[in-house]
Design a protein around this ligand. Structure first.
Ligand SMILES: Cc1ncc(COP(=O)(O)OP(=O)(O)O)c(N)n1
Ligand SMILES: Cc1ncsc1CCOP(=O)(O)O
Ligand SMILES: [Mg+2]
Length: 216
């Protein structure tokens, strides 16, 4: 699977986001529903620490491996290496992409968060394999989220020369709004609460996929 294909339905999640089931069951259900990429993002006041965090990461990594879903670690490059992750995701304040690339080598994917055309082009120049663009819509999941940029930023980034580069939209994406992100030109949607907080993560994931299939 190449990066663009993997971005189609990107579940981002940690223990603090799982409202109905535990993280292992939430991920297992979402995989059954058809997610194409997973990011382990253990954040928030109640986030697991040290060995507990690593233990959960190991379980989720194994689930992904068993089901051939690429596994990305958010922020923590050492943990990504320890878990033999397929990639890392870093934000604008998470360190230098060049240094990250040196640490992870050429075989792991590097995703970079961006909020403007300038950041998008810099991320590409710095060796990102994909960029996350957001927040697409208001979100309660990330307290320190950047101001909303909206799907229009994806359109503008596409028109600015990055017409083929792998892009995923993130932030406040629900079943009702996902279409706006696909239509703006994203390869996919990155979702936290709409899947990990759903009564049925499996059904939620399947519904996101059917939107992509029928409306683009
Ligand atoms: C796919 C994707 N896009 C953006 C983000 C946000 O990264 P960042 O701005 O570093 O914020 P945190 O997630 O670390 O709180 C992401 N994680 N994934
Ligand atoms: C991690 C992140 N980065 C930008 S918005 C966001 C939170 C997305 O969560 P949700 O899909 O629940 O709005
Ligand atoms: Mg980060």
């Amino acid at each position: 699977m190449n990066v663009s294909e993997a971005l189609k339905l990107y579940l981002v999640m940690g223990s603090t986001n799982c409202r109905v089931f535990d993280p292992e069951k939430t991920l297992a259900e979402a995989i059954e529903g058809g997610i194409t990429l997973f990011q382990f993002r253990e954040k928030g006041n109640e986030a697991l620490k040290e060995n507990d965090c690593l233990y959960l990461g190991q379980n989720l990594r194994q689930l992904c491996k068993k089901n051939k879903i690429p596994f990305i670690v958010n922020d923590d490059i050492e943990m990504a290496l320890e878990l033999h992750a397929d990639g890392v995701h870093i934000g604008q304040d998470d360190g230098d992409p060049y240094r990250t690339r040196k640490q992870i080598g050429e075989n792991m994917w590097m995703g970079v968060s961006t909020h403007s055309i300038t950041e998008a082009h810099k991320a590409v120049k710095d060796g990102a394999d994909y960029i996350g663009v957001g927040p697409m819509f208001p979100t309660k999941t990330k307290e320190d989220a950047h101001q909303v940029v909206g799907p229009d930023l994806i359109k503008t980034i596409r028109r600015s020369g990055l017409d083929q580069f792998p892009i995923v939209g993130i932030g406040g994406i629900t079943l009702d709004r996902a279409n706006l992100v696909y239509e703006a030109g994203a390869n996919g949607v990155a979702v936290i609460s709409a899947i990990s907080g759903a009564e049925s993560p499996k059904q939620a994931a399947a519904e996101f996929l059917s939107i992509k299939a029928t409306k683009i």
